[in-house]
Design a protein. Structure first.
Length: 186
């Protein structure tokens, strides 16, 4: 992506904006889905994010930071919607990493692990959840995380370390619906 394309988009060229945003539309939807937990709400949040990105394109500093800038708008839009409209917190959907397998018992074990990890991610603070989603699920670089969060690279690394530690702690906790022997409690 070039600075020229960004400059043209900042000057109101809709075609340039389309070319600029096209490679990131799937990322924007994926981020929205990981927060909203269903396709319909994710489409709404992605659309709202795209509108905000278009309306605020002049505040993007450079083409190099566009991806992180757009992701930040999407995260904030999703978190705002969750707080404002439903009073619920963001939740990573259970099926975010589901895959097919040949053996049914492998599928059951894999689904249980996905559910455990999903529940653990959902128990994190918004800040920690965002870092985990953007870095570990969406593959953002540390630099992109720093840009998206508006913090230094060193702060990203320390906060991500704390987020991963908190995630490991959550994964290590016994299920609240199980007794000490691992039997389900109704």
């Amino acid at each position: 992506m070039s600075e020229m394309l960004l400059s043209r988009a900042k000057n109101g060229n809709k075609e340039a904006f389309g070319q600029l945003i096209n490679p990131y539309e799937r990322l924007i939807y994926n981020i929205a889905y990981k927060y909203m937990g269903n396709a319909e709400d994710a489409k709404d949040i992605a659309q709202e994010s795209l509108i905000k990105i278009y309306l605020n394109i002049k505040t993007c500093r450079s083409a190099e930071t566009f991806k992180a800038w757009a992701a930040k708008i999407t995260v904030n839009t999703a978190l705002d919607a969750l707080r404002k409209h439903t009073g619920r917190t963001a939740e990573v959907p259970d099926d975010y990493a589901a895959a097919e397998t040949d053996m049914p018992e492998h599928s059951v074990i894999r689904n249980e692990r996905i559910k455990m990890i999903t529940d653990a991610i959902n128990s994190l603070s918004d800040e920690h959840r965002t870092l985990i989603i953007l870095r570990d699920l969406e593959g953002f670089s540390y630099g992109e995380l720093a840009q998206a969060a508006g913090i230094t690279l060193g702060t990203v690394k320390s906060r991500l370390s704390r987020a991963r530690y908190a995630l490991r702690e959550q994964i290590g906790k016994p299920d609240r619906h199980m007794d000490e022997r691992g039997d389900k409690i109704d």
